[in-house]
Design a protein around this ligand. Structure first.
Ligand SMILES: NC(=O)c1ccc[n+]([C@@H]2O[C@H](COP(=O)([O-])OP(=O)(O)OC[C@H]3O[C@@H](n4cnc5c(N)ncnc54)[C@H](OP(=O)(O)O)[C@@H]3O)[C@@H](O)[C@H]2O)c1
Length: 263
């Protein structure tokens, strides 16, 4: 039987959650996995903040020199934010955009030259890129930017034989909720609805897909699938289908009614 070829895989945000799960699964199958994160992610950890292009460039160059190529790049590092858009601070805005959007941009532009024909870039986005949520506007905007960057790059790299895949997971049980920037600032316009709406989502934490299950699904996609976009979670595939049928206004009214909670 033909032995599976060992790949060089780079994963950002491999110190916890989905990134950590993916790292373990690729390692289990005999691949060499380099993890980029600020916190320790074990074997082959490169300490790197994806928001800082100089750091990203020198880290990726070092990986490229050491291994000669990067077969699979997974842009997974990300952070969430909740709160009213009107009451978001500059610092919080910058943290979200620099991690979720600049991070993908930084790593892609540093790494593409090391990815050979047949290689892959997998961008971990979110279903929030497909469905706007109240009090999650900036996270949705950041992930929508990731989708568009990813789709554009897919077309740009097609002739180089590099496949770019976008993954949009639904809710998964990881450290993401506790790491999320939670801004409960309010005024007369919103009253207690910001806090109650956040609680409505956070109360469902236990019903989220387990990290192991999600990592296994994303692993299959990251390792082999060639489609432009994959949604992880049957409920969200159904919602995506509905979003293609119903007018945007109807989808937003329905989502707003369901997601905004008041006493
Ligand atoms: N969990 C969900 O419900 C869900 C749903 C849809 C999409 N996603 C997306 O899935 C991805 C992974 O999230 P997760 O759920 O696994 O969350 P997580 O457990 O909080 O992991 C986030 C990872 O991102 C890394 N990270 C954050 N800022 C970074 C920075 N500036 N530089 C380098 N690494 C950074 C963190 O590492 P360090 O802190 O050590 O740097 C950590 O390893 C994210 O892109 C998220 O948006 C998650």
């Amino acid at each position: 039987m033909k032995k599976k070829e060992s790949k060089i895989v780079v994963i950002t945000g491999a110190s916890s959650g989905i990134g950590k799960g993916l790292k373990q699964l690729f390692e289990r199958d005999g691949h060499t996995v380099v993890g980029l994160s600020r916190g320790d992610c074990g074997k082959e950890w490169r300490k790197c903040d994806v928001t800082d292009f100089e750091q990203v460039k020198s880290t990726i160059d070092a990986v490229g020199m050491q291994y000669g190529k990067i077969d699979i790049l997974i842009n997974n590092a990300g952070v969430g934010i909740s709160g009213a858009l009107e009451l978001t601070t500059d610092d919080d805005y910058k943290k979200i955009m620099s991690t979720d959007v600049d991070g993908v941009f930084n790593v892609c532009r540093a790494a593409v030259k090391y990815i050979p024909a047949g290689g892959r870039i997998v961008n971990i986005s979110s279903v929030c890129a497909l469905f706007a949520l109240p009090y999650r506007s900036l996270y949705c905007a950041a992930k929508a930017a990731v989708n568009m960057m990813s789709f554009g790059l897919r077309m740009e790299l097609k002739n180089s034989g590099i496949t770019v895949v976008t993954v949009c997971p639904g809710e998964i049980k990881t450290g993401f909720t506790s790491a999320r920037i939670k801004n409960y600032a309010t005024n007369d316009r919103y009253g207690d609805s910001i806090k109650l709406s956040a609680k409505h989502i956070d109360d469902k934490e236990e019903k989220r897909m387990s990290c192991l299950r999600a990592s296994k699904k994303i692993y299959k996609i990251a390792a082999r699938k060639k489609g432009a976009m994959y949604i992880v979670g049957a409920k969200y595939r159904m919602l995506y289908f509905l979003s293609k049928i119903f007018p945007v206004g109807a989808m937003l009214s329905g989502t707003g009614r369901f997601m905004i909670k008041r006493k």
